[in-house]
Design a binder for this molecule. Structure first.
Ligand code: ACO
Length: 432
């Protein structure tokens, strides 16, 4: 029998259908509520609102579970690659050997950006934040591919658009970095895999060829897999929202990049390192900063802690921490920042404030330490996140656009609390 929820408004009972997910998650379907009752629901920050049904990613925040298309995140990190995960997220299944070769070839083929775009980079001031550059460049790609902007693309055109983005965002990210350090742009090499190519574009110079280090390549590949999707987070919801107006995919991804930039979302990885550096400069007194974070009169928050969905350890943080130790050991780096991070975590895990509020380290807490060890500058951390999250954004856009007839423009409602109707007063009659 169909499960229903009962709601009574002004003595009138209403029955609302209940939607059940694969893992028995329950949602009350209120899509007809306004039409039936005249009421809307109010849920600031959408903490209890499902904006869609989706078959891409499953999270159980209480159990610390994260799965892409049914595959456990730890399993994918150990056995798969970022490229394969891109395919899995976007197309729903792991690729056959033949399909995977075609996919990788297509992504590699589209790595060239229009030469004119190089002048855009040099027009930015040297101190420009690479997230600003990345977002602007991704939107600018639309100018060079007018054939890929139609709102009702066929499957082939969609594949092309997605491959352009998967390939070019990586190139644009590396070019943004090269611009910030004043070095010449470096192009992809056909014989390198996706991650090695990115490292090559970042770190090869005319006088030194970057050699792939397998331990670092694997760690970066895992970082990208861990970031690849996280269901309806702020940036993914932004991509869906912009895409729901049938704006093209370049525009939607560009908006997603901007949403990711904020320190409460992907920008937290940069904020974490800045916070750890601040603690180090202050003599390494973790307790002092813990106390600041708990003080309700102080806006300071412990960056890299807490999550809207995870009320248990973020499974991604656990995996990153392992790779962090491994890479630092491999490179022989003794980073005092890592010790501060571990000290902070230890304090937080036994502190009643953090225990009561279920605040655990999130994905961003250790990722910055890894990027730092890889010699990626702090202001590039969120760009790295964007690179990782790209397949998730694309997969969600595709899932939504493929709904075709069922696609609805995203348009939340509000409860108006401003002034009631007022008579207009001409300016010369207003009080000074
Ligand atoms: N430090 C100190 N206190 C915190 C923290 C923190 N990092 N995070 C939450 N709290 C406290 C809040 O003050 C609040 O306390 P109260 O109940 O006494 O008022 C309680 O915990 C609940 O916090 P909310 O802000 O209501 O939780 P929400 O789900 O809205 O926010 C968020 C989640 C934004 C991640 C928050 O935990 C935060 O600001 N963390 C720091 C930034 C961060 O690391 N962001 C990255 C998130 S992961 C990602 O996006 C990839």
């Amino acid at each position: 029998m169909q499960e229903t929820a009962k709601l009574e408004l002004n003595g009138i009972p209403y029955e609302l259908p209940v939607v059940t997910g694969t893992e028995n998650e329950k949602g009350v379907d209120i899509s007809r509520l306004k039409a039936q009752t005249g009421y809307i629901t109010l849920d600031s920050g959408y903490a209890n609102t499902g904006s869609c049904v989706s078959s891409i990613t499953y999270i159980d925040g209480d159990q610390g579970i994260l799965r892409y298309r049914g595959y456990d995140i730890a399993d994918l990190c150990e056995k798969s690659t970022f490229m394969e995960v891109c395919y899995l997220l976007i197309y729903g299944e792991l690729p056959s050997a033949g399909d995977f070769v075609s996919f990788k070839d297509k992504v590699l083929y589209h790595s060239l950006i229009h030469e004119d775009m190089k002048s855009f980079f040099t027009a930015y001031p040297g101190h420009a934040h690479p997230m600003a550059i990345l977002s602007a460049m991704v939107c600018s790609l639309s100018v060079y591919h007018p054939e890929l902007l139609q709102p009702d693309q066929g499957a082939g055109e969609k594949d092309e658009t997605m491959a352009h983005l998967l390939s070019k965002v990586r190139v644009l990210a590396a070019f943004a970095y090269k611009r910030s350090v004043g070095e010449a742009f470096v192009y992809t090499k056909p014989e390198l895999d996706y991650i090695s190519n990115f490292m090559h574009m970042m770190f090869t110079t005319p006088v030194k060829l970057h050699q792939t280090d397998e331990v670092i390549r694997k760690a970066l590949d895992v970082l990208m897999i861990l970031h690849a999707d996280h269901e309806q987070n702020c940036s993914t919801s932004t991509v869906r929202m912009v895409g729901s107006s049938k704006a093209n995919l370049f525009a939607a991804i560009s908006a997603g990049i901007c949403a990711l930039w904020g320190p409460l979302h992907g920008g937290a990885n940069q904020a974490v390192i800045e916070m750890l550096e601040q603690i180090a400069a202050d003599g390494g007194n973790c307790k002092k900063f813990m106390d600041k974070a708990k003080d309700k009169n102080d806006p300071f928050r412990l960056m890299g802690f807490g999550h809207r969905v995870y009320k248990n350890y973020d499974p991604r943080a656990q995996i990153i921490k392992k790779y962090c130790d491994q890479v630092l050991h491999h490179l022989g780096i003794d980073d005092p920042i890592l010790e501060i991070a571990k000290g902070l975590e230890e304090l937080a895990l036994t502190d009643p404030y953090f225990i009561e509020r279920k605040l655990y380290p999130n994905v961003d807490f250790y990722s910055g330490i890894l990027y730092r060890a890889m010699k990626i500058p702090t202001n590039m951390f969120t760009v790295m996140f964007a690179l990782g999250r790209l397949p998730g954004w694309i997969a969600h856009w595709k899932e939504m656009i493929d709904e075709a007839g069922a696609l609805k423009i995203a348009r939340p409602r509000q409860i108006y609390t401003g002034e009631p109707l007022r008579a207009y007063t001409p300016i010369n009659q207003r009080a000074a």
